[in-house]
Design a protein around this ligand. Structure first.
Ligand code: PMP
Length: 411
């Protein structure tokens, strides 16, 4: 994949397989993975309940374009964890966000999408734009090549944790959807201020806009995501990545009002007018639904989340200790299983404050140093993060090798 080849700036590792928290490369070298395929494989590698469920389903059939019973169990488990009653399944988190945006635009009759600086919601045109803040002379423009300038023109990017900017963005009454990660997780880690997300949901409702929480990453940090942790009441929740344990799957949860709209506007081909353009041939496939059922019911249980939170704390405490021992003006990121190196004395509240911690040169040096010592470290914007497959020994080895990296860095 050209995207990852571009990100790593070193020769590509080829993988032959894995077991638990480790994968094995083509040279037979075993690496403990603290990036978890950017959180798309939090169950771990090799034989596990998800792999077994997928193998059983593959033998019966991978896709029928009809639901299997697993879809009901998965939807019920997601509803139980989030209080969001209705769910649709897609092929990825990107496509879940795409459909939530399309439905929000159809319901509201508005086009504008409010986003937050430092966000990432997938390689989709409406969210890959920068600029366009209210009152700013900097128009929104596509963030990369190949994206539609017409879509970018409808993007409004504002600072995370900034309710004044949000109020200004909503003031014209022309916003369809506010799309937000509960914690920015693609530019290191920016946690929400107390009440920020609650106020965001209230303010969108008051101005006729809808709110979508993109829990694609935060789902791996909290049982039921930040939605459950903070008892949030958004209009959509979007998911993907680890829900399918590497089998492509995305999902979005909806309120009863939105579900009723979707139900009423299904794309029935004998109707005189066409309905909502949503869905796809391999979306919600039986293989992915089997994976998600096993993940939710057998692996990602409330006890398992507690275990990885404890390991995450051990990781963050260890990072804080190695930073303090060397007198560096840094600190650990910490939330549940997620940690990392915050390269400023204070934790960031915005993307601007988080930017110094996204240091591709330092992170690349660390990643290569650690890979040569049996640890696969995170990409520049991410963890390390602990998965359901990691052990205390894995965390301790990470800390030992990371401390040795810092010693070499100082020399
Ligand atoms: N939302 C968030 C918050 C993400 O971090 C990502 C991927 N990093 C996506 C959506 C898109 O996920 P995918 O590429 O699996 O569709």
């Amino acid at each position: 994949m050209a995207w990852m080849a571009g990100l790593f700036r070193h020769p590509t590792l080829f993988v032959t397989g894995g077991k638990g928290s480790r994968f094995i490369d083509a040279d037979g070298i075993s690496l403990i993975d603290f990036n978890l395929a950017d959180l798309s494989n939090t169950v771990g590698y090799g034989d596990n309940p998800v792999a077994q469920a997928v193998a059983r389903q593959a033998a019966r059939g991978a896709q029928f374009l009809l639901p299997t019973e697993d879809a009901l169990v998965v939807a019920e488990a997601l509803a139980d964890r989030t209080s969001m009653p209705f769910w649709q399944f897609t092929i990825s988190a990107s496509t879940a966000n795409m459909e939530a945006i399309r439905i929000a635009r159809t319901i509201t009759g508005r086009q504008k999408i409010v986003l937050f600086d430092g966000k990432y919601h997938g390689h989709i045109d409406p969210t890959m734009a920068e600029g366009g803040a209210p009152g700013s002379s900097i128009a929104a423009v596509p963030e990369a090549m190949g994206l539609s300038p017409h879509e970018a023109a409808n993007a409004v990017n504002i600072p995370f944790n900034d309710l004044t900017a949000l109020e200004a963005a909503l003031a014209e009454g022309d916003v369809a959807l506010v799309l937000v990660e509960p914690a920015l997780s693609n530019c290191s880690l920016v946690l929400p201020k107390p009440e920020f997300l609650q106020a965001l949901c209230r303010m969108t409702r008051a101005t006729g806009a809808l709110a979508a929480l993109d829990e694609t990453h935060t789902w791996a940090m909290e049982y039921g995501g930040f939605t459950r942790m903070l008892a949030l009441k958004p209009d959509f929740i979007t998911l993907g990545k680890g829900l399918g344990s590497g089998i492509p799957l995305g999902a979005y949860g909806m309120t009863p009002e939105i579900a009723e709209f979707v139900q009423r506007h299904r794309d029935v081909d004998i109707a005189p007018t066409r309905g909502l353009a949503i869905g796809g041939t391999t979306f919600a496939n039986a293989l992915a639904m089997a994976a998600a059922r096993a993940m939710l019911t057998e692996v990602a249980t409330i006890d398992a989340y507690q275990r990885i939170a404890t390991l995450g704390q051990r990781m963050a405490d260890g990072i804080d200790a190695m930073i303090a021992a060397r007198g560096l003006p840094w600190r650990a990121f910490r939330h549940g299983p997620r940690s990392g190196f915050c390269l400023t004395p204070e934790l960031p509240l915005t993307y601007a404050e988080a930017k110094p911690s996204v240091n591709p040169e330092l992170s690349d040096a660390r990643r290569v140093f650690m890979a040569n010592r049996g640890i696969w470290d995170a990409i520049a914007t991410a963890g390390p993060q602990v998965s359901f497959a990691h052990s205390t020994d894995d965390v301790d080895l990470y800390l030992q090798v990371a401390a040795s990296f810092l010693d070499n860095l100082e020399r």
